[in-house]
Write a protein that binds this ligand. Structure first.
Ligand code: ARG
Length: 426
């Protein structure tokens, strides 16, 4: 964007209320001679969002808007992720990654509604979030410029504080923590400070949604989660709306310390970094969903779906939510979910959430086939023939490999056992 845009230029800034984006309001005005609309998207981050909005106005924003996107976040982003058992590198439920496309979409919508020519975000040039925001905005609003003050300016925290003082910018009165935190309904990410030393355990002070290990209940707690077509709808028999349900699971699982994640993560920009998360509700719901799927989906579908699930997680991490591939993967996943209806009992205990029971009217677990009891109707006598045919191709292939090896190496080098096999198979 030209640095001498007309004073009519409007920029919609994704505003969190923290130091970076508070300073950014003024910085964008100065550097781009633009007016700033501050936009805060409520995806379930805690903290005083109303207060942040008022502060944005006092700090010179032309307008400041708060959009409650919690329900959309759950139904359009989190439920598909649950259905796809989405865990990046097998451990990270993608809490930050799933919120970015929704925030970006809201930025584009507000830019359109207010006639803004650009959007801005507070991402650095080292992370994944810049990729997710930029790609989503370029995709949904190709006419919009993207400004990333933190990526452009050369300020550290001390510089930002000085800039705020010089310009009379009001910042949050509560003590700024030494950590960088991102939060939404699906979890918290905590970075920076002492966490950057991957050799050291995360200090207890970084956790907020999971209780201190000393307070984890000695006794396990069982929680029943019911799903309809792959979507959680009831907890302990109570029907809950999407937002309520996720919050309830965060509370129940958080009390037992479930969902603390210590991850050496591979970022899109090629950096490895130590990431710390707490995602109690996400980890519990994903465990329940995975367990229910194991009951109702056939083996070949489970195996193939695991590939699709893995691809979905990578794609979300990599910022490609608004892509034909994401839609196609979701369509596949959805097509597998009509039988993922039933109930799972989770046992929460000392930092873990494990499925210890599951039932479904679509269960493929047939008692009369699986039981070792007298009521078994599995025709065991057919097993011998089945195994013979099943093993035949392997028996043949093994013999051929042995033959090839013996031709190459000369018979002397082939162990006696293999020679015996060769003789037997002619
Ligand atoms: N590494 C995580 C991710 O890429 C978390 C990023 C946290 N973002 C933040 N602005 N603090 O999804």
């Amino acid at each position: 964007m030209s640095e001498s845009a007309s004073p009519e230029t409007k920029v919609v800034l994704a505003y969190s209320g923290g130091l970076d984006t508070s300073v950014a309001i003024r910085w964008i005005q100065e550097k781009y001679h633009a007016r700033v609309v501050a936009l805060t998207v409520d995806v379930g981050q805690e903290g005083e969002l109303r207060g942040a909005i008022d502060r944005a106005r006092r700090n010179g924003a032309l307008d400041a808007q708060l959009v409650d996107a919690k329900e959309t976040f759950v139904t359009e982003f989190l439920w598909p992720a649950v259905q796809a058992n989405a865990l990046y590198e097998g451990v990270y439920p993608l809490s930050t990654a799933l919120a970015r496309p929704l925030i970006a979409r809201t930025l584009v919508e507000v830019a359109q509604a207010t006639g803004a020519g650009a959007v801005a975000h507070g991402c650095t040039g080292k992370g994944n979030d810049q990729v997710r925001f930029d790609v989503a905005v370029h995709t949904l609003g190709p006419h919009l410029r993207v400004i990333a003050p933190v990526r452009e300016w050369n300020m550290n925290r001390t510089d930002e504080m000085a800039y705020a003082r010089e310009h009379g910018i009001e910042i949050r009165t509560t003590l700024e923590s030494p950590y960088s935190v991102d939060e939404n309904l699906w979890g918290r990410s905590i970075e920076g400070g002492r966490l950057e030393d991957a050799a050291q355990p995360a200090p207890e002070e970084v956790f907020d949604w999971t209780s201190h290990p000393a307070d984890w209940p000695k006794e396990p707690e069982e929680v029943a989660v019911e799903f309809e077509a792959g979507i959680p709808v009831r907890v302990n028999g109570r029907a809950l709306g999407p937002v309520d349900l996720v919050q309830t699971m965060n509370r129940l699982a958080g009390a037992h310390g479930v969902g603390r994640i210590d991850h050496v993560e591979d970022r899109v920009v090629g950096i490895k970094s130590r990431e710390t998360y707490e995602c109690p509700g996400a980890i519990a719901l994903l465990e329940a969903h995975r367990s229910l799927e194991s009951l109702v989906l056939p083996r070949d579908l489970l195996q193939f779906k695991a590939l699709v699930d893995r691809r979905f997680a990578d794609l979300v991490y990599e910022g490609l939510w608004y892509s034909p591939l994401r839609e196609a993967l979701c369509a596949f996943v959805r097509s597998t979910q009509e039988v993922v209806t039933g109930s799972v009992t989770l046992r929460l205990h000392q930092g873990s959430a494990r499925a210890v029971g599951r039932r479904s009217e679509y269960s493929l677990l047939a008692h009369e086939l699986a039981t070792y009891g007298a009521e078994s109707r599995f025709p065991q006598e057919l097993a011998v023939g089945f195994i013979h045919l099943y093993g035949l191709p392997n028996q043949l292939a093994h013999a051929r490999v042995q033959a090839a090896r013996s031709h190459r190496q000369g018979e002397e080098n082939v162990p006696r056992v293999a020679r015996a096999v060769l003789r037997a198979s002619g």
